[in-house]
Design a protein around this ligand. Structure first.
Ligand code: A2P
Length: 399
């Protein structure tokens, strides 16, 4: 089981956790704040008031041998984790657990975050206790004549602390009820902006949302949440949960590079990560970005204009267009094969982290391309993959 713990190294003993715990699971002595294992019910009321994040810690323990209060009172720092810290603290809403399971169901599996990733906050707002964000913008990203309507929605959190990292998602609850009168369930959307806001220093973030007009079989349907979000107007209030996601996070150490592969709205986390790196270019931290981005054509590709204008020394962009009249169909895996020398170099580079996000069907094709180009360069992808996973360098979220 997960045992909720407080990190004594960064705790500033401000007492906000003890004050906000509704069931008295937290107490303190002159030295440390501690959590009673048998009382804590993971309601997470203590998480958002904590100014340092000391409260947002846990360890996997056997149910009959949790860390005792005496042990917690004696600590200077938390014991080293015995398990990869991939699960998130608290009980995740059922929808989040289900969607995460689907997103990580491929060969990429569940990866732990890069060693230098920042600490993610999760589950600060739940479907029972969402926060309200205000829409501050809703812009169409695809060309007016494009068949797909993909939008850039900016949400402002006002005075509410909603700390996020690139690669995390937020949950949105559409208003109203389903045909059986039950409230609609939450949908998850990956953030498209970096951690310091869509506009730096503003408490806002953006989403990349495609209006769903057909189901997976191509039959006409109207996606409940995507249509709600795509129709939002400036000033509208939206119920938001989250943030969610503890794995698909970017490395922060200087010299780390990113190999990003996406289709359609799978570009949201790639845009967030790219924008984070762009804003820090003057720091000359080194480590490049390489992007493979698949879309039907330029007019259907979200952020085509802004991406095309990024400096070449920041990012090496490779678009793959599948439906340009009179041109052969190209998928991201075709472009990866074309750029085999650079891609193999990045796969072998211990400081390069790989991210794949987008259509589920793409994953197998990309892995096949990796397998082929590794073989061509005398490596075995099937031996490399477990190494990449052990090094937290391979991250996949497909839907
Ligand atoms: P296609 O033209 O064959 O549908 P969408 O616009 O539906 O979100 O898709 C984004 C891009 O991903 C399109 O270019 C689409 O091509 C492409 N795509 C579809 N299936 C795969 C796949 N199995 N592997 C890679 N790309 C794919």
């Amino acid at each position: 089981m997960r045992q909720h713990l407080i990190d004594p190294e960064i705790c500033i003993r401000c007492n906000t956790c003890e004050e906000s715990c509704p069931i008295d699971a937290i107490s303190h002595d002159g030295r440390n704040y501690v959590v009673k294992f048998e009382v804590c019910n993971w309601c997470n009321d203590c998480l958002s008031p904590c100014p340092t994040g000391a409260i947002d810690n846990y360890r996997i323990v056997a149910t009959n041998t949790p860390y005792t209060l005496e042990e917690q009172y004696s600590w200077n720092d938390l014991p080293a984790p015995t398990e990869p810290q991939t699960a998130s603290p608290g009980v995740l809403p059922e929808e989040v657990a289900r969607i995460t399971e689907i997103a990580q169901a491929g060969q990429g599996g569940i990866a732990s975050p890069p060693w230098s990733a920042a600490h993610p906050y999760v589950n600060l707002f739940t479907p029972q206790k969402p926060t309200l964000a205000t829409v501050s913008g809703n812009f169409r990203l695809t060309a007016e004549n494009a068949t797909s309507d993909i939008r850039h929605i900016v949400l402002d959190f006002g005075g509410v602390a909603f700390p996020v990292l690139e690669g995390q998602s937020i949950g949105i609850i559409p208003p109203g009820t389903d045909s059986e009168g039950r409230p609609h369930t939450m949908r998850l959307y990956s953030m498209a902006s970096p951690r310091n806001g869509e506009r730096p220093g503003y408490n806002n973030l953006a989403l990349t949302v495609k209006r769903v007009t057909e189901d997976h079989q191509g039959r006409p349907t109207s996606g409940i949440c995507s249509n709600y979000v795509c129709d939002l107007a400036k000033g509208d209030k939206v119920e938001v949960c989250g943030p969610y996601g503890t794995n698909f996070l970017m490395p922060n150490h200087p010299g780390s590079s990113l190999l990003m592969i996406c289709t359609g709205t799978g570009s949201a986390p790639m845009r967030a990560m790219t924008e984070r790196r762009r804003r820090r270019m003057s720091l000359k931290e080194g480590g490049g970005l390489m992007l493979f981005f698949g879309a039907r054509m330029a007019a259907e590709l979200p952020y085509f204009g802004p991406l095309s204008k990024l400096p070449r020394e920041l990012i090496d962009i490779n678009f793959a267009f599948s439906r340009v009249p009179n041109q052969p169909k190209q998928y991201v895996q075709d472009k990866i094969r074309e750029r085999h020398e650079d891609v193999v170099r990045l796969i072998r580079d211990e400081n390069c982290y790989i991210y794949i996000c987008g259509l589920k069907g793409m994953e197998a094709g990309v892995l096949e391309a990796f397998r082929d180009i590794c073989r061509r360069h005398g490596s075995d992808w099937d031996e490399l993959l477990p190494q990449l996973q052990r090094q937290s360098r391979f991250h996949v979220e497909t839907y």
